[in-house]
Ligand binder design. Structure first.
Ligand SMILES: N[C@@H](CCC(=O)N[C@@H](CS)C(=O)NCC(=O)O)C(=O)O
Length: 223
């Protein structure tokens, strides 16, 4: 039976993007269901059996009757299924850095995540960053630089080939574009590579086809 993945809107749902990229990276067949966040049916829908294990959050992956949620857990579940090398670099030192970066992304950068929510539909003119967001951006750029310099020789991604660390940072790449956040050349080149990846091109096309608008995720929202 194919995997079933439940995600939110492709325009707005950053965690869904991670879960979806993970399943695409696994190479396994899957059925995708988009549950539009915060629409009139949301409260009822998030209480449905499909969403119970994650307490109503997306992404959630079902492998038969086995549910997996939390984007990093989805990556690890799929890595167990298809082989870790598809997600994590083989070299132990590179793998240690990739895992640390992915975990830091999963748990951190609250200011960037809250003040610059994912919105794939727009490119806004630049505005001054708060000190907290500027600190997040500097940290991310420094980590990207470290990964690319030490372990990125084999390709355009953080550890050469596209993998779990890139998946975890992919929504940040879209935010840097949406909010016109200035980046040094190496980070900008990495962002270009992520945006050009076939999976990201596919997700972006899906986002372009959506018409839902969630006011709270629009920059000049009055809420
Ligand atoms: N830590 C979770 C975050 C999941 C999450 O917060 N998803 C958001 C959408 S991007 C959600 O489901 N929000 C709806 C809600 O909380 O009601 C992960 O890694 O997947």
């Amino acid at each position: 039976m194919a995997l079933r993945l439940f995600i939110g809107n492709k325009v707005y749902s950053s965690w869904s993007l991670r879960g979806w990229l993970a399943v695409r990276q696994s190479g396994l067949p899957f059925e995708e269901t988009v549950a539009p966040l915060y629409d009139d049916s949301w409260d009822a829908r998030r209480e449905a059996a499909e969403f119970a294990p994650s307490n109503g959050k997306v992404p959630i992956l079902w492998d038969g009757d086995v549910p997996v949620w939390e984007s990093l857990a989805i990556i690890d579940y799929l890595a167990d299924k298809v082989g870790a090398d598809r997600f994590w670099p083989a070299d132990p030192a590179a793998r240690a850095l990739a895992r640390s970066m992915a975990s830091e992304m999963h748990a951190g950068y609250q200011a960037l995540r809250q003040q610059h929510t994912m919105n794939m539909r727009h490119v806004y003119p630049p505005e001054p960053l708060t000190p907290e967001v500027a600190e997040n951006v500097d940290r991310i750029v420094a980590l990207w630089d470290q990964a690319r310099t030490r372990f990125g020789q084999g390709g355009d991604y953080l550890f050469g080939a596209f993998g779990a660390a890139d998946i975890m940072f992919a929504p940040v790449v879209t935010r840097f574009r949406t909010y016109s956040i200035p980046l040094p050349p190496a980070a900008a080149a990495y962002c270009d590579a992520v945006r050009a990846h076939p999976f990201m091109v596919e997700w972006t096309a899906g986002a372009d086809a959506e018409s839902w608008v969630i006011e709270r995720f629009e920059r000049n929202a009055s809420v």
